[in-house]
Design a protein around this ligand. Structure first.
Ligand code: G6P
Length: 479
């Protein structure tokens, strides 16, 4: 069977922080470790990063690490008794002025004063990912007065969304600023931005990330209804980012579960079309928090994202706090690899009939056309600085593995997220210019990927160390 091409992002948390458990997750197939900055202390994150780096070095693996910013999630404050039970039809008030620790079954505080400006009578507010639904009756200067439409238990600090979106908190909080500094200190490979409204929010985040001294790539989490309201909004957000995450938790609450799957497919397609990465996230293996086997629906969900050609599938609570973190990663790996046996995952219609904009893009896409149609090709070698050339290649469906040859550890780790791309440490400067291609092929030959008689496609530029310079596609027979 071919090597698995779809990558696995797994969130580290209390269930996955010991050296043994992290090693097992890596062995089961983790490619990208996610730190969720909504939970845990800076020291806990430091410790996890150290373990991932040490263990991956020992195992000879290239593992990316992604920090996920908490963002401006709007939440209720707390209840006197931690939790209340709301009954359908009863009145319930969300108040700016009520004491934050003194909520009861009639009223609770909120930490977001502008909620009163963002709400209108008739709106539906969804609490705790939609488990409790409130209808807004009236709004005054300090409070939103509602009637409970769907009752149930409601506990401290649960999130608030509005159906249809439109609650407009700015996208980066004070805590996010601190966490960006932490991401820079820990040299994280990716930073995920929560609740961006537009490309501008990503630009602001990018400036802060760079100012903190980090080279991390930025992932826009698509989780507001506004972000998917039309193709223009979605495309501008994708354009401003290095990749996107289909963050199905909040997105599903805002657009409604019935629209979610279609929108997921559209996001994946648009991201790939713009040569950007895409991660599919949230509740993919939810039942595995408590059970060692996934449900059929979960298997189907993961397989469908793989068939749609997502770069990565993501686990959250399953690996952070569940009972079966290693089993969840192993199940995901198995399902991804199974789905990848289907022919549609290797036949590409990507951008057929469209023009390309850049020389390196043209070479990258031409390489894939050649690889998919010339049967003897067993591997693609892309000499790269930033990882951009193999990233563009991997937008095309193919069963031919793409090897990202780069001297830079940051690029090796980053490329661990790209579908069908495998990082290989390689420095062209260590060879005579005329020997670089043969030396690269020797590396693959020595590791058993290719053998004499196979064909290899290799891309590079005129200079051996400048990004954006790829202008050459060679097809070489392995001697
Ligand atoms: C390496 C190769 C160059 C190529 C460059 C592309 O440095 O030796 O010949 O031009 O990668 O890097 P990029 O970041 O654009 O993928």
């Amino acid at each position: 069977m071919n090597k698995r091409r779809t990558k696995i992002v797994a969130t580290l948390g209390p269930a996955s922080s010991t050296p043994e458990s992290i090693e097992q997750l890596l062995l089961a197939g983790l490619d990208v470790a996610r730190l969720n900055f909504s939970h845990g202390t800076a020291d806990e994150h430091r410790q996890r990063v150290r373990l991932v780096r040490d263990i991956s070095a020992r195992l000879g693996r290239h593992i990316a690490i992604m920090g996920d910013l908490q963002g401006p999630k709007i939440r209720i404050a707390r209840f006197r008794d931690t939790q209340v039970m709301l009954q359908r039809g009863q009145p319930f008030t969300l108040s700016n002025t009520h004491s934050p620790d003194d909520g009861d079954e009639h009223i609770v505080g909120i930490d977001y004063p502008s909620l009163v400006q963002d709400c209108n009578p008739g709106d539906e507010l969804l609490l705790d990912d939609g488990r409790v639904v409130l209808q807004v009756d009236t709004v005054d200067e300090h409070a939103v007065h509602t009637t409970v439409l769907v009752g149930g238990p409601l506990s401290n600090n649960k999130g608030i969304n509005r159906r249809g979106g439109g609650i407009s908190a700015p996208s980066l909080t004070e805590k996010d600023h601190e966490d960006i500094r932490l991401a820079a200190e820990l040299e994280l490979d990716y930073v995920a931005v929560s609740f961006p409204r537009s490309g501008e929010d990503i630009e602001v985040a990018r400036k802060l990330v760079r100012a903190a001294g980090s080279h991390a790539w930025l992932i826009a989490k698509i989780e507001r209804a506004e972000a998917v309201a039309d193709d223009e909004a979605l495309d501008s957000l994708i354009q401003a980012s290095d990749g996107v995450m289909v963050a199905r938790g909040d997105l599903g609450v805002e657009v409604g579960d019935a629209r979610l799957v279609g929108i997921q497919k559209r996001i994946i397609q648009h991201a790939r079309h713009q040569n950007k990465l895409v991660i599919t996230a949230t509740q993919m293996m939810e039942s595995m928090i408590a059970s060692p086997l996934p449900t059929r629906a979960e298997v189907s969900d993961v397989a469908n994202a793989v068939l749609d050609h997502t770069d990565a599938v993501m686990l959250s609570g399953e690996t952070a706090s569940g009972k079966y973190p290693v089993e969840a990663v192993a199940a995901m790996a198995r399902i991804a690899q199974g789905a990848e046996q289907e022919r549609i995952t290797t036949r590409s219609q990507h951008r057929v009939g469209q023009s390309f904009e850049r020389c390196d893009e043209t070479i990258a896409l031409a390489s894939m056309y050649a690889a998919n149609h010339f049967a003897g090709v067993k591997a693609i070698i892309s000499l790269t600085e930033s990882g951009n050339t193999p990233l563009i290649m991997s937008r095309i469906r193919s069963a031919v593995p793409i090897y990202c040859f780069t001297p830079h550890p940051t690029t090796q780790r980053r490329a661990a997220m790209f579908r069908g791309v495998y990082p290989v440490p390689f420095d062209p400067k260590a060879y005579e210019p005329t020997d670089v291609s043969d030396s690269a092929i020797t590396v693959l030959k020595n590791s058993g990927v290719v053998e004499p008689g196979d064909w290899v496609i290799l891309t590079k530029g005129d200079s051996y160390h400048s990004t954006g310079g790829t202008n050459t596609l060679k097809i070489i027979k392995v001697e």
